[in-house]
Design a protein around this ligand. Structure first.
Ligand SMILES: CC(C)(COP(=O)(O)OP(=O)(O)OC[C@H]1O[C@@H](n2cnc3c(N)ncnc32)[C@H](O)[C@@H]1OP(=O)(O)O)[C@@H](O)C(=O)NCCC(=O)NCCS
Length: 176
């Protein structure tokens, strides 16, 4: 048997394109809610799956979902739509990564109909060791102006996430 490949050196930056991933799924009747359109949870699962694949690729091993925020549903998705989820690492810290996901839909049998953006989401993944403790991830190197913009905006979201968490925790301290 081939020896297990060595994990990537977490000190070496990786370009955004190295981990960019897309997943597609044709929506069927089992994916619907009571209104007959696609259940939001089905889209969320697709989003978590594609973001997890990106985090695994960027970090070179297991990564867990730590947070999912900014999930926005823009348009309903219908049975028969071919849904594409495109994801990339927007930002990488010491052990965490923000993965951005864009979800597009098109009728499966109408190649002439343009794809519609139906949802977007930002997820935080943390790379973990076998014991579940955080491990180091490589920095991400943006390659385009769009990647630069996503990195800047991810840093703003990270500051807001940490500030919100700290503020909530501080509010729980019993006041003297
Ligand atoms: C995610 C997890 C590993 C973090 O462990 P932890 O001991 O709290 O780790 P730390 O406090 O050292 O934080 C590790 C990193 O995650 C970030 N982080 C942790 N929770 C976060 C949150 N809610 N939002 C944003 N970032 C978060 C920290 O800022 C830190 O980032 P950095 O290393 O890049 O600076 C742990 O909370 C866990 O196992 N959660 C359950 C995950 C899970 O089961 N997911 C669903 C199935 S995949």
């Amino acid at each position: 048997m081939d020896p297990k490949p060595a994990p990537p050196n977490p000190a070496h930056p990786k370009p955004t394109s190295a981990a960019r991933t897309s997943l597609s799924h044709i929506m069927t009747v089992v994916d619907t809610n009571l209104l007959g359109t696609v259940h939001g949870g089905v889209i969320m699962k697709l989003v978590d799956d594609v973001a997890g694949a990106v985090a695994q690729r960027h970090s070179g091993g297991p990564a867990v979902t730590a947070a999912m925020d900014g999930m926005t549903f823009l348009h309903p998705v219908r049975v028969g739509d071919l849904v594409h989820a495109h994801a990339q690492v927007n930002w990488a810290g010491k052990s965490s990564m923000e993965v951005g996901v864009r979800v597009l839909a098109e009728p499966w049998d109408r190649a002439d109909v343009p794809q519609t953006k139906v949802a977007t989401a930002y997820l935080v993944f943390v790379a973990v060791n076998e014991d579940g403790s955080p491990r180091a991830v490589p920095p991400v190197t943006p390659e385009t102006e769009e990647d630069d913009r996503r990195l800047r905006e991810a840093e703003i979201r990270r500051q807001h996430r940490l500030a919100r968490r700290d503020e909530i925790l501080a509010s729980r301290v019993p006041k003297l």
